[in-house]
Design a protein around this ligand. Sequence first.
Ligand code: FES
Length: 492
Amino acid sequence: MTHRLSVSRAARLAGVSRAVLQAKISRGDLITFEGKVAPRDLMRVFPDIDLASNTELDRVTRIKENAFGKRIRERVLPNPEVLMSRLRIATQALAISKIKLARVERIINNLEVLYLENTNKTNGANEKLSENALKQIKEFLFEEFNDTGLDRETAPVMAKDELLKIMAGQVTLSPSGKEFFVSGNDSILEAALGAGINLNWGCSNGNCGLCKANLLSGETEKIAHHDFTFSEAEKASNTILMCCHTPITKIEIAAEELGLSTIPRQNIKCKVKSINHLEPDMIELILQTPRSKRLRFFAGQSVGLTAGKNLQRDIPVASCPCDDRNIQFHIRQDDKDEFASYISHTLKPGDTISIDGPTGEFIYDEELTGAAVFIAIDTGFAPIQGLIEHTMAVDNAASIELLRIQAPSQKPYLDNRCRSWADALDELTYAVIPDMGATDSAIRQLLQNKPAAQIFVAGPTSSLETLKTGQSLSKQNVKYLAVAPSGYLESN
Ligand code: FES
């Protein structure tokens, strides 16, 4: 039987994103059978697969993390216990394969004897084969057994696949069928969030029990102690806490994914991690939630911030849930605005700010796998940044098109970050349009070349109205978010 690989695993082996592999499948460049890829076909399309590397072969993830300019996850081996468990499973499988092979070889070698023994046992009920026929069968079987030509071709891919299984566990979520990998010392929960999957969870340290999942197949290892106790029924149904377990084999779990209607309203006191001046008039505020109470939200959503003596603003989040405990915001420096002035002149790292939320439906639809277009006008870039990071993490968009509209005299803030995304990812293009007047035709041209499955536009209400009256976005699947030049939601 031909060994076949899931699309996620094949993409990982080839060192490309899942979206790139999906595009090759849709174009008919890469053949699949029941949604799976044969190693030989993968090698035909990607003849340069780096088979010699013995490091974690996760080029795309590394590029993305570098491009994000954020926390670079340490490329560490799984902890020794997890590594030993995965090696134990791999060596057991190897031992069983060796025993089976030796048995097959013995059967072929002794074909005549075994056949005659069986014939005697059945009192000659077996049809008698001539000596010559037995000889021919034996020769044929030996030929097949020793024909390693094809195996030799695909063996390096399979060997790399086995190595990847030791370096990272593979998880399939039921019922959605989403797949992700768990690298290093990550828990299942951490890896799922990093892959843009919004699972239900609360404390991330084994107390609340919200991250319960049923282990449907495979084995996991406990990597952290938990105080939460399971009921007898939960124990009987193989329940695990995703924040305290990591896979040691390929696993399938049934776990609750959050939707817009099930995400709870949260009030969280956060610490200020840093206040950075991106440009003389643009502040990047980074808050950090407590370890035991992180914000559950969808990329593109907004929250209410309360700072100082009850200064409040509603503001889009500029990061995605995949960015660990960090929550980013973009605020225009303006001494006439009390909130902005407080952030700029009074607030310091370590101070407390309250978050209330999330709100809003400016979110990515993962069911739509075509091109995703993002149009950011001025500080409308904040929610767009979170959405792009999420789209990269989910890795299912055929392409990502980012347009920023900025007056010719101004460079868009975080321009270098956008350029680094475009440099790192073949499927992402970035362009700056110098004024609103040129926007309609630029969008029309873009959509002519790459029909979009979903379009996101964020910026001041006046600019959104201009775009809505143009031709380019009519009859398109567009979501709009009004963000004032201050960085706050327009309703403020
Ligand atoms: S998130 Fe609370 S126990 Fe796992």
